[in-house]
Design a protein around this ligand. Structure first.
Ligand code: SF4
Ligand code: MSK
Length: 656
């Protein structure tokens, strides 16, 4: 379809001021030339509402909506008398409920798929990691000795389903947390029951005329978030590993240069690994490859984006074209023959951009249609029906490509796929697999601490810049960084997911990275895989020497360019688990209010973590490092004890 020219916009911000991703800059400039609008320019045109940004408004009933004054938060109350603290804690609770619902619904689908595979109703998938199935089952007290895999898997499905449905009692994975962390939760009354129960109660409690005490609302906020982190998300990750394989380090390419002009290019974007897995089977089908060749293509090039892209990047090394803020830009290349999307973070704007460049865009999930976009339902009992059709449509579009193709040349190789299990033997060796070597290196001061840098990209800040500058500062100060989600892609594009990036690290971290041959920045996968970071934290506590609870660890977290409610839920489950967690962009709580003081200070006094906020990456790094230093001092590690570094030679000697 011919590209409609729009009237040139006045005072457009230069692409290099909106993103540091060179391929996205190139495509943004091209889109403007072509008269196509993408979200960078829409964000400039749509001024963010300052009252909404601070969460100082309420539309929970029709006596309102009510707007309070963020500059004078106690100056007035809503029509019902609701105070600023009630209004913003209720709003925060609903964000956590929505974000948790997204992860838990995703996880529940994974359990349903798992059960159907185990019961033999779905034949296109199978259990790929039996070892992990056994490990998780044993951890939950399910007998494995002399039992059929199917019987164990059935018991595991029943047990894990409770994560979502149980009305009373603690979630199965709560026992994974260190004892002291569990005790903190019990004391605060925030141990979650089933996720459905918690999300329902969160919605009920935030209805007009319900819970109007922010000190009480926070309990349900934490409980709901924990039912995501230690529940919905964690189960999703574990089941995905069992069904699709636990990631191991794999070298893979990231950035728009992974598109190929002479091939049929297909992008899968979204969050669930199942449709992508079937798409991989479709593009490997000799019949479809032959059809692509008959259409004049050299082959079929399957590429991922966003978090489903990370699921496949981590497990199979499938190339990745970019993160959230590049999903419209990539279509501007004209090289994408089809894009299939499933759930979460799919911009409605994709429909218009795809239409402009002739890309065949398909929604595939019954929960996520887009008006005007063709829907091909993905059915797990016949998955190839959908994915083969997408490939056929892509081949057709390739044969009739009628827009100029311009593919940015940037392509970055990095190492991805560091599961929490792999971190075990990466540092400890096959026979010494444990977090002890990591702890030793933290205790001896070579590694100052660990930071999780995760989350989205957001057009309200320069794409990738905050992530990259923050991580560079952290590794320079000997902080080992673990990553998930779009942030991982930002750093991969900046070349920091390579062992060579150790050259940018401080002397201690560099020494460890060089001894083990690992990058200073470890990519753990999709945003749902933040649960891997929780497990890694628990393993660090278990390995000893770093305190009794997650709150004692010299760790910190950040989502510097977040945009989604899922990120708020993730942030809250990290805070409730004991981690100081800093967000960038803007923060939806008014400074100087009682609720702000609770979230940014008093939760820590209850043995949990706390929130932090700054849009500045250098300030963020400073706050995280100060916190890590504070935790080191509390553990008595500020004296810089020396221990023997476990290098490759030592590991080989142990394993020989
Ligand atoms: Fe206004 Fe209260 Fe209704 Fe909210 S619940 S809209 S503050 S009257
Ligand atoms: S895709 S939630 S933009 S990380 Fe998971 Fe990226 Fe954030 Fe979506």
């Amino acid at each position: 379809m011919a590209i409609e020219k729009k009237e040139a916009k006045k005072e457009l911000i230069k692409p290099q001021d909106l993103t540091i991703c060179e391929s996205t800059q190139e495509m943004l400039a091209k889109a403007r030339k072509d008269g196509v609008e993408i979200s960078f320019d829409r964000a400039v045109a749509m001024k963010a509402c300052p009252i909404g940004a601070k969460s100082a408004c309420c539309k929970h009933c029709f006596m309102g909506p009510c707007r309070l004054n963020a500059n004078d938060p106690y100056g007035k109350v809503g029509v019902c008398g609701a105070t600023i603290d009630t209004i913003q804690s209720r709003n925060f609770g609903r964000m956590v409920a929505t974000g948790s619902a997204a992860h838990t619904d995703h996880g529940m689908e994974m359990v349903k798929l798992f059960r159907n595979v185990v019961e033999g109703r779905i034949k296109d998938y199978e259990i790929k990691d039996t070892e992990k199935l056994f490990e998780v089952a044993e951890e939950l007290g399910i007998a494995t000795k002399d039992r059929e895999v199917t019987a164990i898997a059935r018991d595991l499905a029943n047990e894990l389903e409770k994560t979502y449905t149980q009305v009373e009692g603690e979630l199965p994975f709560i026992k994974r947390a260190p004892k002291a962390t569990q005790e903190t939760w019990r004391k605060a009354g925030v141990v979650p029951r089933g996720a459905m129960r918690e999300i329902m109660e969160m919605m009920h409690r935030t209805h007009m005329g319900m819970d109007q005490d922010y000190e009480n609302i926070i309990k349900q906020i934490s409980r709901t978030a924990l039912s995501d982190g230690w529940g919905g998300s964690m189960v999703s990750t574990e089941i995905s590993d069992i069904l699709f394989g636990t990631p191991k380090p794999v070298q893979a390419e990231v950035n728009m240069g992974v598109l190929k002009e002479d091939q049929v290019n297909i992008i899968v974007h979204g969050h669930e690994p199942n449709m992508f897995d079937s798409m991989l089977a479709s593009v490997s089908d000799p019949k479809l490859i032959a059809a692509a060749k008959a259409a004049g293509a050299k082959g079929i090039n399957l590429v991922g984006m966003c978090c489903s892209g990370l699921e496949m990047l981590s497990r199979h090394g499938v190339p990745h074209a970019g993160n959230f803020m590049s999903t419209e830009a990539v279509l501007v290349t004209g090289a994408v023959d089809a894009m299939a999307v499933d759930v979460q973070c799919i911009k409605q704007g994709l429909g218009k951009v795809a239409e402009c460049y002739g890309t065949r865009l398909f929604t595939t999930n019954p929960r996520a249609h887009i008006e005007g976009v063709t829907h091909i339902e993905f059915e797990e009992d016949d998955p190839r029906d959908c994915t083969d059709l997408v490939v056929e449509m892509a081949i057709k579009r390739f044969a009739g490509r009628d827009v100029p193709v311009q593919i940015p040349k940037q392509k970055n190789i990095g190492v991805h796929g560091f599961s929490h299990e792999y971190i075990n033997y990466m540092l400890g060796g096959t026979f010494r697999g444990s977090y002890t070597p990591l702890n030793e290196n933290i205790i001896n001061g070579r590694i100052r601490g660990v930071a999780g840098v995760v989350g989205c990209t957001n057009p309200r800040v320069k794409q990738d810049w905050v992530h990259v500058e923050l991580v560079k500062e952290l590794i320079k100060n000997d902080v080992l960084v673990v990553q998930t989600g779009c942030s991982q892609v930002s750093l991969a594009k900046a070349g920091l997911l390579t062992p060579e990036a150790a050259a940018l690290a401080g002397p201690g971290l560099r020494e460890v990275c060089e001894a083990v041959g690992m990058p200073p920045v470890l990519g753990l996968g999709a945003c749902v895989d933040n649960s891997r970071i929780l497990i890694a934290c628990s393993e660090m506590v278990k390995a000893g020497g770093l305190g009794e609870s997650i709150a004692d660890l010299p760790v910190a977290g950040a989502a510097p360019e977040y945009m989604s409610e899922k990120a708020i839920a993730i942030g809250q489950y990290f805070v409730a688990s004991g981690v100081y967690t800093i967000f960038g962009v803007t923060f939806p709580i008014v400074e100087g209010t009682k609720f702000h003081e609770l979230m940014f200070k008093r939760l820590e006094e209850q043995g949990m973590g706390k929130w932090g906020f700054t849009p500045d990456p250098y300030e963020m790094a400073r706050l995280m490092i100060d916190h890590i230093n504070k935790k080191r001092a509390a553990l008595g590690l500020d004296k810089g004890r020396e221990r023997v570094l476990v290098d490759m030679a030592a590991r080989r000697a142990v394993e020989a």
